[in-house]
Design a protein around this ligand. Structure first.
Ligand code: SF4
Length: 361
């Protein structure tokens, strides 16, 4: 019994402490529950993300980037709309006389290279018109020498090219494409490719020889239209022996060669799909021929205009994006209407560097 006396008050004390602790735990549990609820309410996770510097906007942008990323592998830069010819079906007409200052154009080309560009094609208008070909030559050299692009090419009507240009810039150029729609000078005049006393066909032969001498791959582009659709070009093309003969079906573009504010009325040049196929059938023996129907051309080109804006041709007209110089390539390209699958389907990626071409004509 002697031992029981001190134990009794101890048990009472212990029970009191337990009661107090129980109550404290209850309060702590309530506090924890409240804290958890506070950080789990609908806005609480946003607060947590903001603390990490990770806003809803940046998450949304990241999502868009992963979905909309398009690599501008092959670009067509129409840096001028001015031309010395007046082809009736022209689909890039002289609506402005604007040309970017050379350094700005180089800045844009650098942005494109950083975004994945491998091939640049300079076009117009007539690209040799600006500063007697010097502007073009400097861009060609910049793209090959400083940007190290695998392929640098030009599309030109050929009328303003001098041998001196080849001497100065030929080594930086992979491919020169010359537009030629007919080997009959009378038809060239009807189309609008005539220039006084100069003979377009004789000029073509001279350019072909310079391409051989200065080791530039030679290409021919032809637009098949009402005036040349019956022509047989087999012999002349075989003699000229280009690395590629691009054969386009005449295309209507609202605001350029048809419609209210257009500078041309190309409706009278248009041919049917059947007529185009008959032309291709007549030339099926030409192995370098690369046909492009209206369907194939649709959405399969990345086109930059004189302000370095992508032109979206999806609705049959050219709707411009904002300039890559203002918003960057990734933002501007979202409005280009470009379809990478169509690009690959039309054979857009081919051997385009002269280093990989056999140039032994
Ligand atoms: S040469 Fe080309 S740019 Fe010039 S008018 Fe003819 S199609 Fe248009």
């Amino acid at each position: 019994m002697g031992m029981l006396v001190p134990i009794a008050p101890s048990a009472w004390l212990l029970s009191l402490v337990e009661q107090q602790l129980g109550s404290l735990w209850g309060r702590l549990a309530a506090l924890l529950f409240w804290l958890k609820a506070a950080f789990w309410w609908p806005g609480a996770d946003r607060v947590q993300r903001q603390v990490r510097g990770d806003t809803e906007e940046t998450q949304k942008e990241a999502g868009e980037k992963s979905v909309l990323h398009t690599t501008p592998i092959s670009i067509n830069y129409h840096f001028t709309r001015q031309c010395n010819y007046k082809c009736g079906f022209c689909f890039h007409t002289a609506k402005t006389s604007f040309v970017l200052p050379l350094e700005e154009a180089k800045r844009g080309l650098l942005l494109l290279k950083e975004a994945g560009m491998e091939k640049i094609n300079f076009s117009g208008g007539e690209p040799f018109l600006q500063d007697r070909g010097e502007y073009l030559g400097k861009l060609v050299r910049f793209c090959k020498e400083e940007l190290g692009l695998p392929s640098v090419s030009i599309v030109s009507n050929g009328s303003l090219i001098r041998e001196r240009w080849f001497r100065d810039y030929g080594e930086y150029l992979d491919i020169l494409a010359i537009s030629c729609d007919s080997f009959d000078e009378h038809i060239n005049v009807l189309i609008g490719r005539g220039q006084g006393k100069k003979n377009h066909v004789e000029n073509l032969q001279k350019l072909r020889a310079w391409c051989r001498d200065y080791r530039v791959a030679f290409k021919i582009n032809s637009v098949i239209n009402r005036f040349n659709v019956e022509e047989d070009m087999n012999e002349q093309i075989k003699v000229l022996n280009p690395v590629r003969w691009k054969v386009f079906q005449c295309l209507l573009i609202e605001g350029e060669n048809c419609g209210e504010d257009a500078l041309r009325e190309a409706e009278r040049f248009v041919i049917s799909d059947k007529e185009f196929e008959a032309f291709l059938e007549r030339h099926k023996g030409v192995s370098c021929m690369v046909p492009e129907s209206n369907q194939k051309m649709k959405d399969s080109y990345l086109i930059l205009d004189e302000y370095m804006r992508f032109l979206n041709c999806r609705d049959g007209r050219k709707d411009p994006s904002r300039s890559i110089l203002d918003v960057g390539v990734e933002e501007a390209i979202k409005f280009s209407g470009f379809d990478e699958k169509m690009f690959l389907m039309r054979g857009g990626k081919y051997v385009w560097s002269k280093a990989n071409l056999k140039l032994d004509w």
